[in-house]
Design a binder for this molecule. Structure first.
Ligand code: RIB
Ligand code: CA
Length: 321
C-alpha cells in the first residue's frame, strides 16, 4: 500500500484535499502535519482534526511551525475566513493533536517508510526544518508533490508569487534545492475551467452527503474571495487538485522537467518560482546565478496541463460516500 504524509495549513481547500486522501483506497495516510499559513498553526491543526473526524478516519495530526523560518506569518484569513473554514462554527468533538511535533513526525515517518510519498499544501516551513534535522530523509521520499508557485505566470499574492511560496520563500528555496523529487502543481492549474462552476457546485450539493455539504460550506468565503481576487466565478481548489495529482499522476496531461529556483532577496519578486522552462540556466552567461541550483537540486516535474474532467470526477467520487 502506498504511504502518504500530508503537510497542510488546513483551511477550506486543504480540508477538501484531506477528504480526497482520507477517502482514497490508493493510499494510506500515515500522518497529517500542520503548518502556519492560511491560519495560525493551532487553528489549522483543529481544522485538520475536524476533517479527519468527519471522514471517520484514524490519522494522527501533528502541530508544526507557528511561523516561517525567518519572517513573520502573513495569514490568508481574508480569503478563507478567520477560522479558515468560512467561520461556519465547525467544531472538533473528541480528537486531539498528537504530542509528537510535526517536524519530528515527518522525520520519523520518512525514516520508517522508505518510499514515502509526501504532499505539501501550505508553506514549506515544516519540510525545510525536517530536512535540516535529518537530511537523509530526502533519499527515503519517493515523491514530493508541492501545491505551490506559479509556473511562468502571475501569482495570487503579488504579480510574481503564489501564497505558499511567498509566505516562506527561504523554506521553499531550501526544499527546492534539497534534492527531493518535486512535482510542482502551481496555482494556475486551479483556475478557469478547473475551478468548480455553478453547475459543478450544484452537482456536489445534489450528492447531499455530510462531506459534500462540508466541502461547499467551508469554501463559502473562498468562493467570494476568489471573485474579488481574480474576477473569476466559482470555487478554486488548488490543494485538492494537487492531491488528485498525488493520487492519480496520470491526471497531468502535460509536464516537463526544469530547474526551479525561488527568489528570497527581492521585495518585488519575493517567493517567485523561477522556472527554467527553456533550460538556459546551464548557459555560461547564467552560470553564476544558477550554479548552486545545479549543484544541489534535482530538476522539478513542472505540471502544465490537467485532465480537468477526470479531476472533477475524482472529487465527486470522494464526496459521494
Ligand atoms: O495559493 C493557494 C494555496 O495557498 C493553497 O494551498 C491555499 O490553501 C493556500 O495555502
Ligand atoms: Ca493550503
Amino acid at each position: 500500500m502506498r504511504k502518504l504524509l500530508v503537510d497542510t495549513d488546513t483551511a477550506s481547500d486543504d480540508a477538501v484535499a484531506l477528504i480526497l486522501a482520507l477517502r482514497s483506497s490508493l493510499v494510506e495516510v500515515v500522518a497529517i502535519t500542520a503548518v502556519a499559513g492560511n491560519v495560525p498553526v493551532e487553528q489549522g491543526a483543529q481544522n485538520a482534526l475536524y476533517t479527519v473526524e468527519l471522514c471517520g478516519a484514524d490519522v494522527p495530526v501533528h502541530v508544526g511551525a507557528a511561523k516561517p523560518l525567518t519572517r513573520e506569518l502573513e495569514s490568508a484569513t481574508w480569503f478563507h475566513g478567520m477560522d479558515g473554514l468560512s467561520d461556519c462554527g465547525y467544531k472538533v468533538t473528541h480528537r486531539t493533536v498528537d504530542p509528537l511535533p510535526a517536524v519530528e513526525a515527518i522525520v520519523a515517518n520518512a525514516l520508517a517508510n522508505p518510499g514515502l510519498e509526501l504532499i505539501t499544501l501550505g508553506p514549506l516551513t515544516n519540510l525545510a526544518l525536517a530536512i535540516r534535522q535529518q537530511p537523509t530523509i530526502v533519499k527515503n521520499i519517493s515523491r514530493c508533490v508541492v501545491m505551490g508557485g506559479a509556473a511562468c505566470t502571475e501569482g495570487n499574492v503579488t504579480p510574481a508569487a503564489e501564497f505558499n511560496i511567498w509566505v516562506d520563500p527561504e523554506a521553499a528555496r531550501e526544499v527546492f534545492l534539497s534534492g527531493l523529487p518535486i512535482e510542482m502543481v502551481g496555482w494556475e492549474l486551479s483556475r478557469q475551467d478547473a475551478a468548480l462552476d455553478e453547475h459543478d457546485i450544484a452537482a456536489v450539493q445534489e450528492l447531499d452527503t455530510p462531506l459534500a455539504r462540508f466541502a461547499i460550506g467551508c469554501n463559502g468565503r473562498a468562493r467570494e474571495a476568489y471573485l474579488e481576487q481574480t474576477g473569476e466565478r466559482g470555487i478554486s481548489l488548488p490543494d485538492p487538485i494537487a492531491m488528485a495529482v498525488m493520487l492519480e499522476p496520470e491526471l497531468v496531461l502535460e509536464s516537463s522537467q526544469h530547474y526551479v529556483d525561488i527568489e528570497t532577496r527581492s521585495a518585488l519578486t519575493r517567493g517567485m518560482t523561477v522556472v527554467d522552462r527553456l533550460n538556459v540556466s546551464g548557459d555560461a552567461r547564467n552560470e553564476r546565478e544558477w550554479s548552486e541550483v545545479h549543484a544541489r537540486a534535482k530538476k522539478v516535474k513542472v505540471c502544465w496541463k490537467l485532465d480537468v474532467d477526470r479531476w472533477k470526477r475524482a472529487l465527486m467520487e470522494a464526496l459521494s460516500r
